[in-house]
Structures are given as C-alpha cells and as structure tokens.
Ligand binder design. Structure first.
Ligand code: F6P
Length: 534
C-alpha cells in the first residue's frame, strides 16, 4: 500500500490545510450551522468535533482519505475474523466478546460465539457462587476482597472499569489491583486484606509475564503461610490462554477462565479479564457493559463513514496530528470516576499505533500515534493546562463529561461542568492583545479540542465509550498502514532485563553491557555491599 502522504486525498487535504491557514476558531465558532454539522450522537453519547480547526469540507476530504485507504474493507476484514494482525498471524476479534449469535463472528471460518458464551456462563456461575456464599475461602468465610494481579491489558481495563463504575458496585467485595513488580504495590494491597477472605485473580494472557508471575508467587506464599497450601485452589483463580501454566500454579479447572489468541491484551477487558468487574458489579451489569460496546460495534460496522462516530473521531485525530502537527494528545475527563481513562488510552493508542514501520515493513512517511497523556479535570487545570493554553506546542485534547452527576452534592456538578465548558472555549477563542492585556496575559487560542458528552456514566455508556476509542485507534492504524495489534517495541527491554536480573540476584556478570549501564550496576552493588555507591 502506498504511504498515505503520497495519495491524492492526502494531497487534497494538504492543499486545503494551506488554504485555511489564516482561519481562527474564534471566527469558525460564530456559525451555529457548522457546529450542528460537526456534532454527532449515538444513544447517550454525543461527539462534538466543532472545536477542531476543521469544517464540513475538511471532513469530506478526510472521508475521501478514509475511502482511499480502504477503511471499510479493513473494518470488514477485522469483523470477518481475518488474520489482520499479520506479524503474529492472528485475528483481532474483540468485537466477538460482546457479540451475539446473530452477529456471526468466526475465526478461520469457525464460529466463536459458542465458546465466548461458555466462558461468560462459567463467569456467571463463579460470580453467583461468590455472591451466594457457596464459593468461599478455605476457612468457609465469604470473600471481602478481590485482588487482580496482572499488568498492561490484563490490569488497566478491569482497573479503570471498576473505578468508573464504582457507584454500581455491590457491597461486600472490594476490588484491588496489583501490577507493578515493585513489591510496594503488592505489599500495600496485602496489608489491607485478610488471607481468609481474599480472592486472587491472576490475569495474564501468557501466564509468563515477569511482573505478574512474581506478584502471583509472592501472594501465594502470603496465603499459604497463613492457611496452608491446600488453600490455593480456593483462593486463586486465573484468566489466561495458557491453561497448563495456570494448573501448574495450583489453580483448579473450576477457577480457570480461558480466552483466545485473537484477543489482544489491550482489547481484553470484555473477556474473562473483566472478571473483577463482573464480581463486583454482578453479571447483569457486566452484560450491560458488553451490550454498550456492542451498540458501538454495530454502529461502526453498519453506519456510513461520514456519520460513523469512531471514524469521525479518528479522522479529527489524523487532521490534528498530521496536518495541524499536534505534538501530543491529552485526554481530560471531567469526571473523577474516569481518572484512569488517560492511562488506559495511553496503552490503547501508544501500544497500538506507536509504530515507525508500516504493514509492508517500510518506514512510515508521516507521524503516527501522538504522545497521549492526561488527568481528570479540574485537577489538570492546576498542573499542565498552562502549557496547553500558552505553550509553544500545539496539543489536541478530548474533553469528556457526564451530564448526570455520580454524587449529587450542592453545586459541585455545576462547577465541574462549567469548567468542562470553559476550558475548551478558552483554548479555542483565546484572548487578543489590547489595552490592559500585556503579552504574558494574551492567549493565542485556535487550539483544537473534541468534546464527548455522556448522558450518564453507567455500564452501558462506559462500554460504548471504550469501544469508540478502540475503533478510533483501528481506523487511524488503517490510514497510517500500521499493524495496530502487535507490540514488538516492548520486547527488547524485557530481553535485556533477564541477564540484569540474574546479575543483581546472583551476583553473576551480565555480558555485553554498555558503559553507562555497567557503571549504574556497579554503583548499586557497591551501595548494597555497604559502600556509599560512589
Ligand atoms: O507489555 C506488553 C504486554 O504484552 C501487553 O500488551 C499486555 O497487555 C501485557 O504485556 C501483559 O501481558 P500478559 O497478559 O500476557 O501478562
């Protein structure tokens, strides 16, 4: 496939961008019709693109680009279970995890909905057992805490979902998440728990990830130290594609939940990786979460590109990244329950599309994924917004809020929403020079943002929101012609950590170290042996 920048649609967009160089959002935002044309909705989710520096003409050219890059055909290939993750020869069929029989998802011609349903039924049994007290700890006490041990996609999805949907949690079971190999993470979680009433979920697609296995083994020692080794089968369950390794760990088949190689880690919250969410919300609300994602899937699969929310969100991102040259993208949820969303989207976007080589193995000719960062509003306003408003780089932004408050209290929510409205307006409009406005009080404005407004943050809308972003990332990957479903960039560091772990733990030499790493290692060893490290 030719690089996007060499295509007629890209060239037309570049010309259009040059022609619009003098326009300012201050002028564009005077036009109600333009705002109407750039605002889209699905169910309880509204997407307002009108504070981006684009017009309906820009969108038409971006749609032409999507057509030229074959977005619809790639989307359909993904839905058909083709091995679109070519470097790993795998399908990317996370949509099947929230599908229904009539959706007909299949991999290599074999329908998958039956297997998906079987795992959901197993989860439902397990959740019901924990809930009704037939599944207890080794001493017969009901579980009060569930600790998920996983990292990356085996942590972030259930972590942010449990947080976002905390108001829907059933009483009695507190979800906790341990990911870092730094023992502080596990220690803090264990200190808050009683072995007799703690259930562990070891979540790892591979069941080999260093951090997860280290934490799982330490947790097992903590448990067996208190309750003996027979307790392991009662207190541990696992979610993995590596059943044998989980059984070797001591997990019984009744507590072993499978998933499939066609589910990427960062797309796996819809699988049994979502078990902590199902345990704490109950299975019905977990199914609502899946149904919300399915609504977005059907919309993505069935709606013309020009009205297709994930496609439009992706195209606005392409415009900002490749034509406006935004250096980074910030995610700003004006909702404390979504404070984990920037981290989640960081993995989703940067691990998926942070690639410099295209699907044909050639270097890409244009920037791909931006740096993604963010924080809950209004906190971020008192930290990094200064740079968003007056810094030297253009940063694009997503502002996200829910109309209904999770915790109605006085005028808190009015103030929160007022800030959600004020900040993007300030970014867009700026403040001109004038009497009493010295240079350091001027705001250039013309800084782009997208608003996503939810009627309320509930399991269904939250499912829609995450699926919206999944498909956005997919569409951008198609346009840039990168494989959004592999992540070989994480491998080299893991390989180098092996000999360094042995060097630190066993005192052996690590071959082939550079001078800087050798010197740091020597300093650590000197400090450990009682020296001051110098
Ligand atoms: O860091 C790379 C990665 O493979 C992620 O893509 C993945 O989500 C994470 O590690 C955890 O992997 P696993 O589920 O196999 O433990």
């Amino acid at each position: 496939m030719p690089p996007p920048a060499s295509t007629p649609a890209w060239q037309a967009l570049a010309d259009h961008h040059r022609a619009a160089a003098g326009s300012h959002l201050r002028d564009l935002l005077g036009d109600d019709k333009r705002t109407e044309a750039l605002t889209f909705a699905l169910g309880g989710l509204c997407l307002d693109l009108s504070k981006n520096r684009l017009t309906p003409d820009t969108l038409a050219l971006l749609i032409a680009l999507a057509d030229e890059r074959g977005v619809a055909a790639r989307r359909d290939a993904m839905a058909a279970g083709e091995a679109i993750n070519a470097t790993e020869d795998r399908a990317a069929l996370h949509m099947a995890l929230r599908g229904r029989a009539e959706d007909g998802f299949a991999v290599g011609g074999t329908p998958v909905q039956g297997e998906v349903q079987a795992v959901l039924d197993h989860m439902a049994d397990f959740v019901a057992g924990v809930e009704n007290g037939t599944r207890t700890g080794a001493t017969g006490k009901p579980f009060t805490d569930v600790i998920n041990i996983g990292i990356g996609g085996s942590d972030q999805g259930p972590r942010i979902a449990c947080r976002a949907l905390a108001p829907y949690r059933r009483r009695g079971l507190t979800p906790r998440f341990v990911s870092n190999v730094d023992a502080t993470d596990l220690t803090e979680a264990l200190e808050a728990c009683d072995p007799e009433t703690t259930l562990f979920v070891v979540s790892s697609k591979t069941f080999t990830t260093q951090e997860t296995m280290t934490n799982a083994m330490t947790a097992r020692r903590w448990l067996t130290g208190a309750l003996g080794s027979d307790a392991v089968a009662k207190h541990f369950c696992a979610v993995t594609t590596n059943d044998d390794a989980a059984r070797d760990f001591g997990i019984g088949d009744d507590a072993l939940f499978g998933f499939w190689d066609w589910v990427g880690g960062r797309y796996s919250v819809w699988s049994a990786i979502g078990l902590p969410l199902a345990l704490t919300l109950g299975m019905n609300l977990f199914r609502d979460f899946l149904a919300g994602a399915r609504d977005m899937d059907r919309h993505f699969l069935e709606t013309p590109l020009a009205e297709n929310l994930p496609v439009l969100l992706a195209l606005a991102g392409i415009w900002n990244r490749n034509f406006e040259r935004a250096a980074a993208h910030t995610v700003l949820p004006y909702d404390q329950l979504l404070d984990g969303l920037p981290d989640y989207l960081q993995q989703l976007e940067m691990e998926s599309n942070g690639k410099a080589v295209d699907r044909d193995g050639a270097p890409v000719a244009q920037p791909t994924a931006p740096v993604v960062f963010g924080q809950a509003g209004t906190n971020g306003q008192h930290a990094f917004y200064q740079l968003l408003h007056q810094g030297t780089d253009l940063i694009s932004a997503d502002f996200i809020a829910a109309v209904a408050p999770a915790h109605p209290a006085g005028d808190h929510h009015d103030k929160l929403l007022a800030n959600f409205l004020a900040q993007p307006a300030a970014l867009a409009l700026g403040r001109k020079a004038g009497p009493g406005v010295p240079p350091h009080k001027q705001f250039p404005g013309n800084r782009p943002s997208t608003a996503i407004l939810l009627d309320r943050l509930d399991p269904h809308t939250f499912g829609m929101l995450l699926a919206l972003y999944e498909h956005k990332v997919f569409v951008q990957g198609v346009i840039w012609n990168v494989n959004s479903f592999d992540q070989f960039g994480v491998e080299l560091g893991k390989e180098l950590a092996g000999p360094l772990t042995r060097a630190l733990a066993q005192g052996v030499e690590a071959p082939g170290l550079d001078a800087s790493t050798r010197s740091l290692l020597a300093r650590i060893r000197r400090a450990r042996s009682g020296g001051d490290g110098s």
